[in-house]
Design a protein around this ligand. Structure first.
Ligand SMILES: [Zn+2]
Length: 83
């Protein structure tokens, strides 16, 4: 791992894994608090999370057509958070 960041007792990788659930607010409280603590300290995750959240909200506020949904899948693959 090139990132050694482990702010809030959670790693950047774990933050990314839970990011979608975090944005949906469909997440355990203890993990949620760890992510919030992490985002306060980790500039990289904060910036990534904010950009990701904006994208998700923008897509939700539109009727997503197939091409856009495909774009989201490609974005997820590129970010390696398909699991
Ligand atoms: Zn991070």
């Amino acid at each position: 791992m090139s990132y050694k960041s482990n702010y809030g007792n959670i790693s950047c990788g774990e933050v990314l894994l839970h990011l979608a659930d975090f944005i949906e607010d469909d997440i355990d409280e203890d993990i949620k608090e760890k992510i919030i603590a992490h985002l306060k300290e980790c500039t990289w995750c904060e910036q990534f999370g904010t950009a990701y959240q904006k994208t998700v909200i923008a897509l939700k506020n539109q009727n997503i057509n197939i091409e856009q949904a495909d774009f989201v899948e490609k974005l997820k693959q590129r970010l390696s958070i398909t699991g």
